[in-house]
Design a protein around this ligand. Structure first.
Ligand code: GLU
Ligand code: MG
Length: 451
């Protein structure tokens, strides 16, 4: 995405004046690497015109970075030579409400000659949205954000317990106030299953905006937590045998103003296109696991009967299905119906997630795929013979297994392009090696404060 150049200079001046009036002196320009870590360059507000015009430099080696800041070594990628340009998306330039003096903008990445960089994750999302638009389709998406706080627990007590608001209420209010001030529409917030675990859900928006929002929400939660003397973790697991933090993704497919998840003759009222889109996602789930569950720690979270959706099936309001179909209130199903991918976590790069999910869904539309029969129980408690008969299997139980599926995915390779696809594979392979044979507790410890 490039900055509108017709009134570009005037617009930049306007943004600068507004931010300066609000006390902003620095802009955090961020991107997310293939390992799912958000990284940043800070640029003084007074340099916004140069930042928009020329970008700020950044080494391409970060595309090969792993969660521990070491880098995967693959010839032709990474290394100390070369530079990329980060350019802020002005349409998302946001004053950070919980971090006075700072604004934030997500970066598009370019080569030095001004071409879009083939490893740019936001460009990948835009390509997938354009591919949908060619068919007259658009997507609405949103991430759920779960997190744990440390080092002390705040809001101990029962899962979803009202009592927990007595000490955590002010903290959650600060989180929601900051998000709202930043233009993020909060749908709900609650104390999650574990003491010190919380969740906030935000409204559905375009796929690119949803991925940007996921980055902004986590950064905001982190900052507010810090102000409360706490540290926030979005890692898949924060204790070796605790409940995990999911990064569930909600999505609906639209044609103009019509939600294709409802109003049709398909299962649970889906239209044929809506059904095909979900069938494409369901088919690709083992490969998508390598995108949405991107690190060995992800597979420690993926336990049955923990609402993490570890079986490859779909079901209406079934929280143990990897693909939960949600129709919402009967009087608003045409607006609200959506599908929730429950298996993904927040180690995932949200741009890779939304782009890959769209690619898988569009392939389903292209082939007019149909969904299998829905499943209405917890597969972990079902008769294994029945699961076999219905083709319901566990999603990959290790990163290696997921990567083998990703390697075989012609759909995702074509969608990402060779460059992006190869760098993702290289990072996944190197992270598998990094954690190979490490005990569960060590893997959890090593990733707890990285996401
Ligand atoms: N914490 C669960 C997970 O790891 C999800 C709980 C829920 O469904 O909200 O995905
Ligand atoms: Mg939850």
């Amino acid at each position: 995405m490039s900055v509108d150049t017709t009134d570009g200079a005037a617009r930049v001046e306007r943004e600068m004046a507004l931010l300066s009036e609000a006390g902003v002196r620095l802009i955090a320009v961020s991107w997310v690497d293939n390992a799912g870590v958000s990284r940043v360059k800070g640029v003084p507000l007074g340099r916004l015109p140069q930042l928009v015009d020329r970008g700020v430099g950044m080494s391409p080696v970060f595309d090969m970075f792993l969660v521990d800041d070491s880098a995967a070594c693959v010839s032709g990628h990474g290394g100390p030579v070369g530079d990329l340009l980060l350019k802020p998306d002005l349409s998302r330039l946001t004053r950070l409400a919980a971090q006075p003096g700072w604004a934030w903008a997500p970066a598009n990445r370019y080569s030095q000659d001004g071409d879009a960089y083939p490893g740019c994750h936001r460009a990948f999302v835009n390509r997938m949205c354009e591919a949908a638009a060619v068919l007259g389709l658009s997507l609405q998406m949103g991430f759920e954000t779960e997190w744990n706080v440390g080092p002390r627990s705040l809001g101990g007590g029962p899962a979803y317990g009202l009592s927990r608001l007595s000490d955590a209420g002010g903290y959650l209010l600060d989180v929601v106030d900051a998000l709202t001030a930043q233009g993020v529409e909060v749908l709900q917030v609650h104390p999650e299953y574990e003491p010190g675990q919380y969740e906030v859900s935000t409204a559905a928006e375009s796929p690119l905006a949803a991925a940007d929002t996921a980055v902004l929400v986590r950064h905001t939660v982190r900052t507010v937590s810090h102000a409360h003397g706490l540290k926030a973790s979005f890692a898949p697991l924060t204790t070796p045998f605790g409940v995990g933090n999911g990064g569930h993704v909600h999505l609906s497919l639209w044609r103009g103003g019509e939600n294709l998840m409802q109003g049709g003759a398909g299962p649970r009222g889906m239209t044929a296109e809506g059904e095909s889109f979900l069938a494409g996602i369901l088919r690709a789930l083992p490969a998508l696991a390598a995108i949405g569950c991107p690190t060995p720690a992800s597979y420690l979270r993926l336990a049955p009967s923990a609402w993490a959706g570890v079986y490859r099936c779909w079901g209406w309001e079934n929280r143990e299905a990897a693909l939960r179909f949600v129709t919402g209130p009967a009087n608003a199903a045409s607006a609200c119906a959506n599908a929730e991918l429950k298996c993904f976590d927040q180690a995932a790069n949200p741009y890779l997630v939304v782009g890959s999910v769209i690619a898988a869904g569009l392939a389903g539309c292209d082939e007019a795929l149909r969904l299998p029969e829905e499943f209405s129980h917890d597969p972990a408690h079902a008769d294994p013979g029945e699961l076999r008969r219905r083709g319901i299997e566990r999603l990959p139980t290790s990163l290696e297994e997921a990567v083998r599926h990703l390697e075989d995915s012609a759909v995702l390779r074509k969608a990402m392009g060779d460059h992006l696809f190869e760098t993702v594979l290289a990072v996944r392979g190197a992270e598998s090696l990094l954690f190979a044979d490490r005990p569960r507790a060590e893997t959890v410890e090593a990733t707890r404060w990285r996401y």
